[in-house]
Design a protein around this ligand. Structure first.
Ligand code: NI
Length: 170
């Protein structure tokens, strides 16, 4: 087990598009374990492989109260989205300290492989539906702040640049 470094926005590697996992083998199972450990340690409720600079379609999620219900999604695909939308205040381990409202489908159906390589289907609503959509966006190279207004994105980038300058001075 190992904690993996998490890429921070606006690292360009966060915009790489992940490729499907060719085979669910021990390498992928090790990646899943390391990603889960990294997510729980952060702590966070979801992590996509893109965020740890692995550009394959792997996501871990745990939205349970006690952090004991790990969901592993390998090669996930959303097969259905509700027309009904939901607004949630989102955050991201790759954009520390930033929380903002994003509108997404209120319910989704998703199909994915588990660590044994078996396909399963899942229907989700509420926080889980939001989290699935947020993490699958990462696999497409999209970070949630890209849904915010241009003004907010510009402000965020200049704030990050200032933080980096201040860190260099310190
Ligand atoms: Ni995220």
């Amino acid at each position: 087990m190992a904690l993996l470094p998490i890429l921070k926005y606006p690292d360009p590697r966060l915009h790489k598009v992940a490729v499907p996992v060719a085979q669910v083998d021990d390498r992928i199972r090790q990646l899943v374990r390391d990603m889960a450990e990294t997510m729980y340690a952060a702590p966070g409720v979801g992590l996509a492989a893109t965020q740890v600079d692995v550009h394959e379609r792997v996501v871990v999620i745990d939205v349970s109260e006690d952090g004991d219900d790990l969901l592993v999604l390998i090669n996930p695909e959303i097969t259905w989205k509700s027309d009904e939308l939901i607004v949630f205040e989102e955050g991201c381990l790759s954009v520390p300290g930033v929380y903002d409202d994003v509108e997404r489908a209120a319910e989704v159906k998703v199909t994915a492989l588990n660590e044994q390589g078996q396909r399963y289907e899942l229907e989700a609503d509420g926080l889980l539906a939001v989290c699935i959509q947020h993490e699958l966006d990462h696999l497409l190279g999209k970070v949630f702040v890209e849904y915010l207004s241009q003004l907010k994105q510009t402000r965020l980038k200049s704030r990050i640049k200032k933080q980096e300058r201040d860190a260099l001075k310190a």
